[in-house]
Design a protein around this ligand. Structure first.
Ligand code: XMP
Length: 509
C-alpha cells in the first residue's frame, strides 16, 4: 500500500469519522488500536491520535509511548489525543469547570502555523470533552482559543506536533475538513492520489500476484459488497473465479432472475442454484427467529459446499467483507473477555478451510459503492437497499411457507416499485414489508373478510446501527395501501411502522 495516515484509536465514537474525512481528501488511512501500533514504515506520513471517552487523569486510561512518534513524523492529537500530549510532557489537564460541549468559535487563530492555514477568525468548531488543558508543557504554544477554552489548539516548537481540543471530523466544525487537509496534505505531504481508479488498479495487481493461476469460489448475495468484490477478483483472474448465487426461496420477487442476469452481463462466471425447496424443508415448522436464522445458515453452507465440490482445484474463498467488519474495536472499559471457540476443523465444510481473499476489507460502504460505479456495475446493484441474508424469512413473523413467501413478495414488490416510481427509493436507506402472524376483520364489497395484516417499514440510516423511520407522504402511503389490498389476495390491512432504532430494530425479527 502506498502512502497513508495512521489513526490511533483510543475508543472515541468519532474515530471512524476521522478516517472517512481523511479518505474524502483522497488520502488512504488506517485505524489501529492505540495499544497495537503497527511498524512505522516510510509509507506512514503522519499520525492522528483520536479522542476517547476516558480521562487522561484516570489510572489505567489508554496510553502509549509517544516518544516513538513525537518529532519523528507529523502528529495531530484530537481531544483526548491532545490532552494526552499535554499531560505527558508536563502540562496540566483538569476537569472542565464549564460546559465544553457543542458549538464554539475559534478566536486568536495564529495563522502562521500550517495547521490553521486559511481558517477564518470566528470559525465554528464542535467541542465535546469533560476535561480541559489548563496549562501546556514548556515549548508548547497556543495557536487558537475560544471564548471559554484557552488551549483550543497548540503546536510544539520545532516539530510538526499539534493538538486540538475540538473535533474537526464532525460536520458541525465548519472548517474541519480544511484543517484536516492542512494536516494531511500540507504538513504530512500526502499526494491525494488515492482514488477509486488507483484503488482498482492496485487491488487488481495485488490479487493477480496473490492468486496466480489458482481457482477461487465465492458466494454472491445480489448485494453491493459481494458484487463489487467479485467484479474486482474477476478483473484480476477472469474465469478462474467461480461465483455461486443461491436462490433460497426467500429473495424478493424476480430478484433471482434479475440479479443472475446482471451478473452474466458483467461477465462473471456464475452458477445459479435453485435451492428453494431445500430451504423451505429446513425451515418447516420453525417460528423462532434465531432458529430460522440458524436453519438458513446451515442450509446455505450445505448448498454452497455441494457446489464448491463440483469445481476442481479451488484454493481460495472470495468474500465481500468491508472495513467496518475488520476494524479492531478498542475496549476502553478494560480488556474484553475473549471467548475462544474451539472449532473442530475436521468437521468444517471444505470451503471453510480455503484461504480467504477479501479485496474490500479496507473500504467503507460508500467507498465500495464508488469503486462499484468506477467498475461500471449497474446502478440497480450499486444503489440497492441493504437486504438481510435470511431474506424474507425474518420478515414473515412465525413459520415460513412457500405461500406466505409468495404473498409477502407481492406486497414488497408493490411497495418497492412504488418507492422507485415516486422518486423516494434513494431517499430511503432500507425499506420492506413484513407479514404479520395475525388476521383482522375487513369488508370487501358486501363480504366480511378475515385476512392478513402487513406492515410497511422505511428507515433512514448511515450504517444500520441506528435508524429513523422515514416520514413518507400520506398520499404515497394511501396509494400503497390501496394497491396492496386490491392486488394481493389474502391481505386486507396495511399499517406503517413508525418506530426508530433504538429502541426498535430495523427488522421485526
Ligand atoms: P436490525 O434489525 O438489527 O438490522 O436493526 C440492522 C441491519 O442488519 C440487517 N440484518 C441482517 N443482515 N443477516 C444479515 O445479513 C441477519 O440475520 C440480519 N438481521 C438484520 C438488517 O436488514 C439491517 O440492514
Amino acid at each position: 500500500m502506498a502512502e497513508q495516515i495512521l489513526i490511533l484509536d483510543f475508543g472515541s465514537q468519532y474515530t471512524q469519522l476521522i478516517a472517512r474525512r481523511v479518505r474524502e481528501l483522497n488520502v488512504y488511512c488506517e485505524i489501529h488500536p492505540f495499544n497495537k501500533i503497527p511498524e512505522i514504515t516510510s509509507d506512514i506520513k503522519g499520525v492522528i491520535l483520536s479522542g476517547s471517552p476516558c480521562s487522561v487523569r484516570d489510572a489505567g486510561s489508554p496510553d502509549l509511548d509517544l516518544d516513538r512518534l513525537r518529532g519523528k513524523l507529523p502528529l495531530l492529537g484530537v481531544c483526548y489525543g491532545a490532552q494526552l500530549l499535554a499531560n505527558k510532557y508536563g502540562g496540566e489537564v483538569l476537569p472542565s469547570e464549564i460546559r465544553e460541549y457543542g458549538r464554539a468559535n475559534l478566536d486568536d487563530i495564529d495563522l502562521h502555523y500550517g495547521l490553521l492555514k486559511e481558517m477564518t477568525h470566528g470559525s465554528q468548531v464542535w467541542m465535546s470533552h469533560g476535561d480541559t488543558i489548563k496549562s501546556l508543557p514548556g515549548g508548547f504554544d497556543v495557536i487558537a482559543s475560544t471564548a471559554s477554552v484557552k488551549v483550543a489548539a497548540f503546536k510544539v516548537q520545532g516539530e510538526e506536533t499539534y493538538g486540538i481540543q475540538f473535533h474537526p471530523e464532525v460536520t458541525h466544525s465548519l472548517e474541519g475538513k480544511n484543517l484536516l487537509r492542512n494536516f494531511v496534505v500540507h504538513i504530512c505531504g500526502c499526494a491525494q492520489d488515492w482514488t477509486s481508479d488507483t484503488f482498482i488498479d492496485t487491488t487488481i495487481a495485488q490479487l493477480k500476484a496473490k492468486i496466480g493461476n489458482d481457482n477461487v469460489v465465492m458466494g454472491l448475495s445480489g448485494g453491493v459488497d459481494s458484487s463489487v468484490a467479485a467484479t474486482l477478483i474477476h478483473r484480476a483472474i477472469g474465469k478462474n473465479l467461480y461465483c455461486v448465487f443461491v436462490d433460497n426461496g426467500l429473495l424478493r420477487k424476480n430478484e433471482y432472475e434479475e440479479v443472475l442476469e446482471s451478473y452474466k452481463t458483467l461477465g462473471l462466471n456464475v452458477i445459479g442454484v435453485d435451492a428453494k425447496q431445500r430451504f423451505y424443508d429446513a425451515l418447516a415448522g420453525l417460528s423462532d427467529p434465531e432458529a430460522k436464522r440458524k436453519a438458513i445458515g446451515r442450509a446455505f453452507i450445505e448448498v454452497f459446499d455441494d457446489e464448491a465440490h463440483k469445481i476442481e482445484g479451488v484454493k481460495w474463498l472470495g468474500q465481500g467483507t468491508i472495513y467496518p467488519d475488520v476494524i479492531e474495536s478498542v475496549s476502553v472499559k478494560g480488556p474484553s473477555a475473549t471467548i475462544k471457540s474451539h472449532h473442530n476443523v475436521g468437521g468444517l465444510p471444505d470451503f471453510m478451510k480455503l484461504s480467504v481473499v477479501e479485496p474490500l476489507n479496507t473500504l467503507f460502504k460508500d467507498e465500495v459503492r464508488e469503486v462499484g460505479r468506477a467498475l461500471d456495475i449497474p446502478e440497480t446493484i450499486i444503489g440497492r437497499h441493504p437486504f438481510p441474508g435470511p431474506g424474507l424469512a425474518i420478515r414473515i413473523l412465525g413459520d415460513i411457507t412457500a405461500e406466505k413467501v409468495k404473498t409477502l413478495q407481492e406486497v414488497d414488490y408493490i411497495f418497492i416499485q412504488g418507492l422507485k416510481d415516486s422518486g423516494l427509493y434513494n431517499q430511503v436507506w432500507q425499506a420492506g414489508a413484513i407479514l404479520l402472524p395475525i388476521q383482522s376483520v375487513g369488508v370487501m364489497g358486501d363480504e366480511r373478510t378475515y385476512e392478513k395484516v402487513v406492515a410497511l417499514r422505511a428507515v433512514g440510516s448511515v450504517d444500520g446501527m441506528t435508524a429513523d423511520w422515514i416520514h413518507l407522504p400520506y398520499e404515497f402511503l394511501g396509494k400503497m395501501s390501496n394497491e396492496i389490498i386490491n392486488r394481493v389476495k389474502g391481505v386486507n390491512r396495511v399499517v406503517y411502522d413508525i418506530s426508530s432504532k433504538p429502541p426498535a430494530t430495523i427488522e421485526w425479527e
